[in-house]
Design a binder for this molecule. Structure first.
Ligand SMILES: Cc1cc2nc3c(=O)[nH]c(=O)nc-3n(C[C@H](O)[C@H](O)[C@H](O)COP(=O)(O)OP(=O)(O)OC[C@H]3O[C@@H](n4cnc5c(N)ncnc54)[C@H](O)[C@@H]3O)c2cc1C
Length: 68
């Protein structure tokens, strides 16, 4: 009995991302007007999301900008 998912042992199968198959990111409207916030985080990568999360936890009004 294989230890891991069978896809790992068959190189002919595409390796699927767990995130891609399970995440359902919400749709956000494009930023086409002036918005105000205390801190704008440019880029929703690991660094940006972590910074935004910690700022929000501290009560800071934060907005994240990510190219569509
Ligand atoms: C193929 C690959 C596999 C990897 N595998 C692993 C792994 O298994 N484990 C691991 O720990 N690390 C892995 N890494 C490294 C990890 O992905 C990076 O270290 C990490 O994503 C860096 O985070 P970051 O927030 O600095 O940058 P990023 O995740 O690159 O985030 C930057 C964000 O800024 C956005 N952005 C860029 N320009 C603008 C702009 N002008 N305006 C607004 N937004 C903008 C981008 O769209 C992006 O969302 C991998 C990297 C790659 C490329």
């Amino acid at each position: 009995m294989p230890l891991y998912d069978p896809v790992i042992y068959d190189r002919s199968l595409p390796v699927q991302s767990y995130w891609e198959t399970t995440a359902q990111p919400p749709e956000y409207a494009p930023l086409n007007q002036l918005e105000t916030c205390e801190v704008a985080v440019i880029g929703a990568g690991l660094t940006g999301l972590s910074a935004a999360w910690h700022l929000a936890q501290a009560g800071v009004e934060v907005a994240i900008v990510e190219p569509g």
